[in-house]
Design a protein around this ligand. Structure first.
Ligand code: NAD
Ligand code: UFG
Length: 337
């Protein structure tokens, strides 16, 4: 059975392709390489012994999508990662974000419908909860006010995909709301490869550790948390990847619309992560406290019990392995791919 993986050369997509192939699925990747490197394909092949089929194309290219479905009639489902994801950039380029993420998904879903492929797993985000109404966050927590266009694209796409299941009962849609993915493949050959200055905490820390940046800026220490710094639910990217394989198994049950949080249920502060990383790597991370980053919230962590109950999925890796694996990747690949 083949699975179309949009954005499959990206950070989460590449780890998911490895787990799909390990589980016996054929993965077919479409990616425009706007935020990834084709070297990833060699790394996937080295880990799994199999090179996934790869189409360098944009999901907004309707002809390309039509051709992919025509050439691969065995595609049963799509895992949809492709999209732009830089929160700050989305504030300055809202039209580009709505075009890529919303229009891109509409093109994809139309092409799927035309090809009779009506199963999709979508990369959503805890960002759709806004400043969450309660903690830990269950899937029943109301969707909130997003603080940036990126977040709105996820929130709107959840609505669009839900509406599709109302109109046509043949569709199965699983919305996976990721918390904060970090970590890398155990081999140290695949990991997160941000271009420019990293926006996210862990890649920033690993770049300080490897000597590319001189210190970490900690965005605020006056939040209502145990040490004043922001608390998040960090999840190992391989656990997240396995969550997608479990979601495909759920789709086989003709599940209709399902929504799951993928997190560990544990919250760690920025300073907890600095300490855990220092212990895992043996490298000191100098930091400075700076003002809060606009749009950040104090605390965000999941209640992931629904995914455990209905998908049989639970995160296996703890913060120590997340830090060790992030560090192994960065140390072995200081310039990324
Ligand atoms: P990533 O940027 O590494 O991967 C996205 C991939 O999509 C890239 O390879 C990029 O080249 C490709 N892409 C972008 N636009 C495309 C288009 N129009 N056509 C074809 N390919 C396109 O990001 P990631 O961290 O792997 O995230 C994957 C998905 O998960 C994204 O949708 C992201 O919004 C979502 N997500 C990520 C996080 C996170 O913290 N990393 C958290 C929640 C949700
Ligand atoms: N932080 C710093 N310094 C940095 C970077 C981050 O102190 O250089 C802090 C932030 O203020 C926050 C925590 O580290 O308290 C985590 O920040 P990230 O930028 O790593 O992650 P966010 O929780 O802000 O957001 C991420 C993704 C979103 C996604 C969300 C899901 O960027 O796209 O996780 O929960 F929606």
């Amino acid at each position: 059975m083949s699975i179309l993986v949009t954005g499959g050369t990206g950070y989460i997509g590449s780890h998911t392709v490895v787990e799909l192939q390990n589980a016996g699925f054929e993965a077919i990747i479409i990616d425009n390489l706007s935020n990834s490197n084709p070297e990833v394909l060699n790394r996937i092949e080295a880990i799994t012994g199999k090179r996934p089929k790869f189409y360098e194309a944009d999901i907004r290219d309707k002809e390309a999508l039509k051709k992919i479905f025509a050439e691969n009639p065995d595609i049963e489902s799509c895992i949809h990662f492709a999209g732009l994801k830089a929160v700050g950039e989305s504030v300055s380029k809202p039209l580009e974000y709505y075009n890529n993420n919303i229009y891109g998904t509409l093109c994809l879903v139309e092409a799927m419908r035309d090809a009779g492929v009506k199963n999709i797993v979508f990369s959503s985000s805890a960002t759709i909860y806004g400043d969450p109404a309660f903690i830990p966050i269950t899937e029943k927590c109301p969707k909130g006010v997003c603080t940036n266009p990126y977040g709105w694209t996820k929130s709107m796409l959840e609505q669009i995909l839900s509406d599709v299941t109302v109109a046509d009962k043949e569709w199965n849609v699983i919305l996976l709301r990721y918390f904060n993915p970090i970590g890398a493949h155990k081999s140290g050959t695949m990991g997160e490869n941000p271009s420019g200055i990293p926006n996210n905490l862990m890649p920033y820390i690993t770049q300080v550790a490897v000597g590319k940046r001189d210190h970490l800026n900690v965005f605020g220490n006056d939040y209502d948390t145990h040490d004043g710094t922001g608390v998040r639910d960090y999840i190992h990217v391989v656990d997240l990847a396995i969550g997608h394989v479990k979601a495909l198994n759920k789709i086989k049950e003709n599940c209709g619309l399902k929504i799951y949080n993928l997190g560990t249920g544990h919250g760690y502060s920025v300073l907890d992560i600095v300490k855990a990383f220092e212990e895992a790597s043996g490298v000191k991370i100098p930091y400075e406290i700076t003002p809060r980053r606009p749009g950040d919230i104090a605390t965000c962590y999941a209640d992931a019990s629904l995914a455990k109950k209905e998908l049989g999925w639970e995160a296996q890796y703890g913060i120590k392995e997340m830090c060790e694996d992030s560090w192994r990747w960065q140390k072995n690949n200081p310039e990324g791919y």
